[in-house]
Design a protein around this ligand. Structure first.
Ligand SMILES: C[S@@+](CC[C@H](N)C(=O)[O-])C[C@H]1O[C@@H](n2cnc3c(N)ncnc32)[C@H](O)[C@@H]1O
Length: 265
Protein backbone atom coordinates (compact mmCIF):
# COMPACT_ATOMS: atom_id res chain seq x y z
CA UNK A 1 0.00 0.00 0.00
CA UNK A 2 1.51 3.40 -0.96
CA UNK A 3 1.70 6.38 1.38
CA UNK A 4 -1.11 8.03 -0.55
CA UNK A 5 -3.55 5.34 0.62
CA UNK A 6 -2.45 5.40 4.27
CA UNK A 7 -2.47 8.01 7.09
CA UNK A 8 -5.81 9.46 6.01
CA UNK A 9 -6.94 10.29 9.57
CA UNK A 10 -3.92 12.55 10.18
CA UNK A 11 -4.05 14.03 6.69
CA UNK A 12 -7.75 14.87 6.58
CA UNK A 13 -8.98 15.33 10.15
CA UNK A 14 -9.71 18.88 8.96
CA UNK A 15 -8.96 20.96 5.84
CA UNK A 16 -5.71 22.65 7.00
CA UNK A 17 -3.24 20.37 5.19
CA UNK A 18 -5.39 20.25 2.06
CA UNK A 19 -5.50 24.07 2.16
CA UNK A 20 -1.69 24.26 1.94
CA UNK A 21 -1.83 22.37 -1.35
CA UNK A 22 -4.93 24.15 -2.65
CA UNK A 23 -3.14 27.49 -2.15
CA UNK A 24 -0.67 26.63 -4.92
CA UNK A 25 -3.47 26.33 -7.46
CA UNK A 26 -5.61 29.13 -6.02
CA UNK A 27 -2.81 31.71 -6.07
CA UNK A 28 -0.78 30.68 -9.11
CA UNK A 29 -3.00 28.84 -11.65
CA UNK A 30 -4.60 30.87 -14.41
CA UNK A 31 -7.57 29.62 -16.45
CA UNK A 32 -10.32 31.20 -18.53
CA UNK A 33 -12.88 29.18 -16.52
CA UNK A 34 -11.94 28.45 -12.90
CA UNK A 35 -11.48 24.74 -12.07
CA UNK A 36 -14.59 24.11 -9.99
CA UNK A 37 -16.90 26.00 -12.36
CA UNK A 38 -15.39 24.11 -15.28
CA UNK A 39 -15.94 20.75 -13.51
CA UNK A 40 -19.57 21.64 -12.79
CA UNK A 41 -20.07 22.29 -16.52
CA UNK A 42 -18.82 18.77 -17.31
CA UNK A 43 -21.63 17.25 -15.21
CA UNK A 44 -24.55 16.48 -17.55
CA UNK A 45 -27.47 16.70 -15.13
CA UNK A 46 -30.84 18.41 -15.22
CA UNK A 47 -32.93 20.14 -12.52
CA UNK A 48 -33.90 18.27 -9.32
CA UNK A 49 -30.98 15.83 -9.54
CA UNK A 50 -29.86 13.70 -6.59
CA UNK A 51 -26.05 13.93 -6.26
CA UNK A 52 -23.65 12.02 -4.02
CA UNK A 53 -20.25 13.71 -3.49
CA UNK A 54 -17.82 11.01 -2.29
CA UNK A 55 -14.69 12.28 -0.53
CA UNK A 56 -16.33 15.70 -0.42
CA UNK A 57 -13.59 17.21 1.79
CA UNK A 58 -14.53 20.72 2.97
CA UNK A 59 -16.93 21.15 -0.03
CA UNK A 60 -15.06 24.09 -1.52
CA UNK A 61 -16.37 22.78 -4.85
CA UNK A 62 -20.00 23.43 -3.96
CA UNK A 63 -19.53 27.07 -2.93
CA UNK A 64 -18.38 27.82 -6.47
CA UNK A 65 -20.25 25.15 -8.44
CA UNK A 66 -23.75 25.72 -7.13
CA UNK A 67 -24.11 28.77 -9.40
CA UNK A 68 -23.21 26.67 -12.47
CA UNK A 69 -25.66 23.80 -11.74
CA UNK A 70 -29.40 23.49 -12.43
CA UNK A 71 -31.74 24.26 -9.53
CA UNK A 72 -33.31 21.74 -7.17
CA UNK A 73 -30.21 19.63 -6.47
CA UNK A 74 -30.53 17.24 -3.53
CA UNK A 75 -26.97 16.85 -2.26
CA UNK A 76 -25.44 14.11 -0.08
CA UNK A 77 -21.90 14.86 1.16
CA UNK A 78 -19.83 11.78 2.11
CA UNK A 79 -16.33 11.53 3.51
CA UNK A 80 -14.54 9.06 5.76
CA UNK A 81 -13.39 12.03 7.87
CA UNK A 82 -16.04 13.24 10.32
CA UNK A 83 -14.27 16.62 10.51
CA UNK A 84 -14.55 17.08 6.74
CA UNK A 85 -18.26 16.15 6.72
CA UNK A 86 -18.96 18.68 9.49
CA UNK A 87 -17.06 21.44 7.65
CA UNK A 88 -18.73 20.54 4.35
CA UNK A 89 -22.21 20.68 5.90
CA UNK A 90 -21.49 24.05 7.49
CA UNK A 91 -20.28 25.45 4.16
CA UNK A 92 -23.25 24.07 2.19
CA UNK A 93 -26.09 24.92 4.60
CA UNK A 94 -26.52 28.51 3.33
CA UNK A 95 -26.44 27.35 -0.32
CA UNK A 96 -29.69 26.82 -2.28
CA UNK A 97 -29.96 23.01 -2.29
CA UNK A 98 -33.34 21.26 -2.31
CA UNK A 99 -31.98 19.05 0.48
CA UNK A 100 -28.66 18.43 2.17
CA UNK A 101 -27.28 15.39 4.04
CA UNK A 102 -23.88 14.47 5.47
CA UNK A 103 -22.58 10.91 5.89
CA UNK A 104 -19.33 9.59 7.36
CA UNK A 105 -18.49 6.40 5.44
CA UNK A 106 -15.97 4.62 3.23
CA UNK A 107 -16.14 5.02 -0.54
CA UNK A 108 -15.87 1.26 -0.98
CA UNK A 109 -18.87 0.53 1.30
CA UNK A 110 -21.61 3.02 0.58
CA UNK A 111 -24.61 2.96 2.97
CA UNK A 112 -27.20 3.55 0.23
CA UNK A 113 -29.60 1.30 -1.71
CA UNK A 114 -29.10 0.46 -5.39
CA UNK A 115 -30.06 3.19 -7.85
CA UNK A 116 -30.35 5.97 -5.24
CA UNK A 117 -28.58 8.79 -7.16
CA UNK A 118 -28.63 10.54 -10.54
CA UNK A 119 -24.93 11.40 -10.24
CA UNK A 120 -21.94 10.34 -8.13
CA UNK A 121 -18.90 12.58 -8.09
CA UNK A 122 -15.48 11.64 -6.70
CA UNK A 123 -13.12 14.59 -6.98
CA UNK A 124 -9.43 14.04 -6.32
CA UNK A 125 -10.10 11.19 -3.94
CA UNK A 126 -9.89 7.81 -5.71
CA UNK A 127 -6.06 7.87 -5.54
CA UNK A 128 -6.45 7.52 -1.77
CA UNK A 129 -8.63 4.41 -2.01
CA UNK A 130 -6.86 1.05 -1.68
CA UNK A 131 -9.47 -0.89 -3.70
CA UNK A 132 -10.41 1.51 -6.50
CA UNK A 133 -12.30 -1.16 -8.49
CA UNK A 134 -14.54 -1.85 -5.48
CA UNK A 135 -15.26 1.84 -4.93
CA UNK A 136 -16.14 2.35 -8.61
CA UNK A 137 -18.39 -0.74 -8.43
CA UNK A 138 -20.14 0.86 -5.45
CA UNK A 139 -20.61 4.15 -7.36
CA UNK A 140 -22.10 2.15 -10.24
CA UNK A 141 -24.41 0.25 -7.87
CA UNK A 142 -25.88 3.36 -6.22
CA UNK A 143 -26.49 5.11 -9.57
CA UNK A 144 -29.86 4.81 -11.28
CA UNK A 145 -29.84 3.46 -14.86
CA UNK A 146 -28.60 6.33 -17.07
CA UNK A 147 -26.88 7.97 -14.06
CA UNK A 148 -23.52 9.74 -14.28
CA UNK A 149 -20.21 9.10 -12.50
CA UNK A 150 -17.71 11.96 -12.58
CA UNK A 151 -14.17 11.60 -11.22
CA UNK A 152 -11.40 14.21 -11.18
CA UNK A 153 -7.69 13.47 -10.95
CA UNK A 154 -4.25 14.50 -12.16
CA UNK A 155 -2.19 13.44 -15.18
CA UNK A 156 1.27 11.92 -14.84
CA UNK A 157 3.06 15.14 -15.87
CA UNK A 158 1.15 17.26 -13.37
CA UNK A 159 3.52 19.73 -11.65
CA UNK A 160 6.54 17.66 -12.71
CA UNK A 161 8.83 20.70 -12.20
CA UNK A 162 7.86 20.67 -8.50
CA UNK A 163 7.60 16.92 -7.86
CA UNK A 164 11.10 16.33 -9.19
CA UNK A 165 12.33 18.45 -6.25
CA UNK A 166 10.71 16.02 -3.76
CA UNK A 167 13.30 13.35 -4.58
CA UNK A 168 15.28 14.76 -1.60
CA UNK A 169 12.67 12.93 0.54
CA UNK A 170 13.22 9.69 -1.39
CA UNK A 171 9.97 10.22 -3.33
CA UNK A 172 9.64 9.50 -7.02
CA UNK A 173 9.87 12.58 -9.30
CA UNK A 174 6.15 12.48 -10.17
CA UNK A 175 2.79 13.46 -8.72
CA UNK A 176 1.88 10.59 -6.32
CA UNK A 177 -1.83 11.13 -7.04
CA UNK A 178 -1.28 10.51 -10.73
CA UNK A 179 0.91 7.50 -9.99
CA UNK A 180 -1.95 5.92 -7.99
CA UNK A 181 -4.94 7.02 -10.12
CA UNK A 182 -3.82 8.99 -13.19
CA UNK A 183 -5.79 9.72 -16.35
CA UNK A 184 -5.05 6.35 -17.99
CA UNK A 185 -5.97 4.24 -14.96
CA UNK A 186 -9.08 6.31 -14.25
CA UNK A 187 -10.33 5.90 -17.82
CA UNK A 188 -9.50 2.19 -17.81
CA UNK A 189 -11.24 1.37 -14.51
CA UNK A 190 -14.31 3.44 -15.29
CA UNK A 191 -14.58 1.97 -18.79
CA UNK A 192 -14.22 -1.55 -17.35
CA UNK A 193 -17.21 -0.94 -15.04
CA UNK A 194 -19.44 1.35 -17.11
CA UNK A 195 -18.48 0.39 -20.67
CA UNK A 196 -17.64 4.03 -21.44
CA UNK A 197 -15.42 6.83 -20.10
CA UNK A 198 -14.50 10.24 -21.50
CA UNK A 199 -11.55 12.32 -20.30
CA UNK A 200 -11.52 16.13 -20.57
CA UNK A 201 -8.46 18.11 -19.49
CA UNK A 202 -8.86 21.55 -17.91
CA UNK A 203 -6.92 24.22 -19.80
CA UNK A 204 -4.81 26.12 -17.27
CA UNK A 205 -1.29 27.48 -16.73
CA UNK A 206 0.73 27.83 -13.55
CA UNK A 207 3.53 30.29 -12.82
CA UNK A 208 4.66 30.20 -9.19
CA UNK A 209 6.42 33.21 -7.70
CA UNK A 210 6.54 32.27 -4.00
CA UNK A 211 8.95 29.48 -2.96
CA UNK A 212 7.41 29.28 0.53
CA UNK A 213 4.03 28.23 -0.90
CA UNK A 214 5.78 25.37 -2.73
CA UNK A 215 7.56 24.32 0.47
CA UNK A 216 4.34 24.35 2.52
CA UNK A 217 2.32 22.47 -0.14
CA UNK A 218 4.83 19.68 -0.67
CA UNK A 219 5.57 19.18 3.04
CA UNK A 220 1.84 18.98 3.89
CA UNK A 221 1.78 15.19 3.39
CA UNK A 222 4.20 12.26 3.91
CA UNK A 223 7.06 11.76 3.41
CA UNK A 224 7.83 15.52 3.42
CA UNK A 225 5.66 16.21 6.49
CA UNK A 226 7.62 13.64 8.55
CA UNK A 227 11.07 14.24 7.07
CA UNK A 228 14.01 14.99 9.39
CA UNK A 229 15.33 18.55 9.65
CA UNK A 230 18.31 17.98 7.32
CA UNK A 231 15.98 16.76 4.53
CA UNK A 232 13.65 19.74 5.07
CA UNK A 233 16.64 22.07 4.74
CA UNK A 234 17.80 20.24 1.62
CA UNK A 235 14.29 20.65 0.22
CA UNK A 236 14.31 24.41 0.85
CA UNK A 237 17.72 24.57 -0.88
CA UNK A 238 16.55 22.79 -4.05
CA UNK A 239 13.41 24.96 -4.19
CA UNK A 240 15.52 28.13 -3.86
CA UNK A 241 17.91 26.88 -6.55
CA UNK A 242 15.01 26.16 -8.93
CA UNK A 243 13.54 29.63 -8.39
CA UNK A 244 16.97 31.25 -8.85
CA UNK A 245 17.43 29.34 -12.13
CA UNK A 246 13.99 30.57 -13.23
CA UNK A 247 14.77 34.22 -12.45
CA UNK A 248 12.47 34.21 -9.38
CA UNK A 249 9.57 32.24 -10.87
CA UNK A 250 8.74 28.69 -11.92
CA UNK A 251 6.57 27.78 -14.88
CA UNK A 252 4.81 24.58 -13.88
CA UNK A 253 3.00 22.04 -16.06
CA UNK A 254 -0.61 21.47 -14.96
CA UNK A 255 -2.53 18.32 -15.92
CA UNK A 256 -5.86 18.11 -14.17
CA UNK A 257 -9.01 16.65 -15.64
CA UNK A 258 -12.42 15.08 -15.42
CA UNK A 259 -13.48 11.56 -16.43
CA UNK A 260 -17.21 10.99 -17.00
CA UNK A 261 -19.04 7.66 -17.40
CA UNK A 262 -22.75 6.93 -17.84
CA UNK A 263 -24.47 3.82 -16.47
CA UNK A 264 -26.40 2.04 -19.19
CA UNK A 265 -30.13 2.78 -19.13
C1 LIG B 1 -7.84 15.61 -1.76
S1 LIG B 1 -9.29 15.62 -0.79
C2 LIG B 1 -10.49 16.10 -2.01
C3 LIG B 1 -11.63 16.90 -1.45
C4 LIG B 1 -12.66 17.37 -2.49
N1 LIG B 1 -13.29 16.27 -3.17
C5 LIG B 1 -12.05 18.32 -3.48
O1 LIG B 1 -11.81 17.96 -4.63
O2 LIG B 1 -11.78 19.47 -3.09
C6 LIG B 1 -9.63 13.89 -0.55
C7 LIG B 1 -10.81 13.61 0.38
O3 LIG B 1 -11.16 12.22 0.24
C8 LIG B 1 -11.43 11.70 1.52
N2 LIG B 1 -11.22 10.23 1.46
C9 LIG B 1 -10.05 9.56 1.29
N3 LIG B 1 -10.25 8.25 1.25
C10 LIG B 1 -11.59 8.05 1.39
C11 LIG B 1 -12.43 6.89 1.42
N4 LIG B 1 -11.93 5.65 1.30
N5 LIG B 1 -13.75 7.07 1.58
C12 LIG B 1 -14.31 8.31 1.73
N6 LIG B 1 -13.55 9.44 1.70
C13 LIG B 1 -12.22 9.32 1.53
C14 LIG B 1 -10.47 12.42 2.46
O4 LIG B 1 -10.90 12.37 3.81
C15 LIG B 1 -10.49 13.83 1.87
O5 LIG B 1 -11.50 14.64 2.44
Amino acid sequence: MSQITTGMAAQYSDSSKLAARARLSRDFSRAETPWFTWVARQLPIGPDATILDVGCGPAWFWSEAVAALPSGTALTLLDQSRGMVDEALERCRPLPFASLAGVTADAAQLPFPDGAFDAVIAMHMLYHVADQEKAIAEFHRVLRPGGIMLATTNGIDNMRELYRLTTVFGSGPIDPSAAAFGFDRAEQLMRDRFGNATLSVHPQQMRVTDPEVVYLALTSYPPGSDAPADQQEAFRAVIDAAFAAGGGALDVTKQVGVIVSRKSA
